[in-house]
Design a protein around this ligand. Structure first.
Ligand SMILES: Cc1cc2nc3c(=O)[nH]c(=O)nc-3n(C[C@H](O)[C@H](O)[C@H](O)COP(=O)(O)OP(=O)(O)OC[C@H]3O[C@@H](n4cnc5c(N)ncnc54)[C@H](O)[C@@H]3O)c2cc1C
Length: 213
């Protein structure tokens, strides 16, 4: 049996399912994990900031580390800023504290870019004794914090299907049918980037309630 669990650019997916790469969703996350903002990092509460420049998340990650990310509109063909942190400092300069403080404390070596991409979720994820798990099957934007969660559900259901199966191939198809039905609406909702940008997707009352900072 072959189980492809090799992320959204999966070689297994290309071999057993479809050669097309995951589609761009128009946003990307600049993300880092550093000991910045020690008071916040030592706590147990995260903070989110939504404004006209994009979405910012700050999350204590344990061990004195802070996970921080900036969701911004993104296009593969646009040139990358030579210094992402300088670019983010300019873009988010008007956001409330501690966003500018964080950006003052980090460097380009701390940051990585994760474009938001999405695979359509077919009902079948492989042929014969091959299948997929996680982002290889159903990559979608991280905006709902569901990618790892759905991947764990895949692993759980795949294990259960195989444990009780007389023959693995029908069990794999049953696993794919069950999981595709569940993950498809999650993927669709995540791809709206509902939580990422306030201008394009805010429910009615947000724009008035949400100041630029
Ligand atoms: C910025 C960002 C924020 C996110 N936030 C959240 C969140 O808050 N909550 C949430 O649930 N999810 C979140 N996700 C999504 C989550 O990270 C993924 O959905 C999850 O990691 C998918 O698990 P996976 O095992 O399918 O793939 P991965 O975790 O990507 O693991 C795949 C592994 O396969 C390896 N690999 C790839 N190709 C090969 C090869 N050819 N040979 C051998 N090994 C290979 C890779 O090195 C990697 O170790 C986020 C993602 C991003 C990018």
């Amino acid at each position: 049996m072959l189980v492809g669990a090799d992320d959204h650019a999966s070689a297994v997916r290309r071999a057993v399912l479809a050669p097309a790469p995951a589609a761009d969703c128009g946003w990307a996350t600049w993300q880092g994990l550093t000991p910045a903002l020690p008071d916040l990092a030592a706590g147990t509460a995260g903070r989110s900031f939504v404004g006209d420049a994009g979405f910012v998340g700050l999350m204590p990650a344990g061990g004195g580390l802070l996970q921080w990310w900036f969701d911004v509109p993104w296009c593969r063909s646009a040139p990358r800023p030579p210094s992402p942190v300088t670019w983010l400092r300019r873009r988010f300069a008007h956001y409330a504290a501690p966003v500018p403080d964080l950006l003052a404390a980090v460097s380009d070596a701390d940051i990585a870019l994760y474009p938001h991409v999405r695979h359509a979720v077919p009902t079948r994820w492989g042929t014969g004794p091959s299948t997929l798990v996680g982002d290889a099957a159903h990559a979608f934007p991280p905006t709902l914090a569901q990618g790892a969660s759905q991947t764990l559900e895949d692993a759980w259901l795949l294990t259960r299907a195989l444990r009780t199966a007389a023959h693995p191939v029908p069990a794999l198809r049953r696993y794919e049918r069950a999981r595709s039905a569940r993950v498809r609406p999650v993927s669709r909702l995540a791809a709206t980037e509902l939580t990422t940008g306030r201008r394009t997707h805010s429910p009615g009352c947000w724009p008035a309630a949400c100041p630029p900072r």
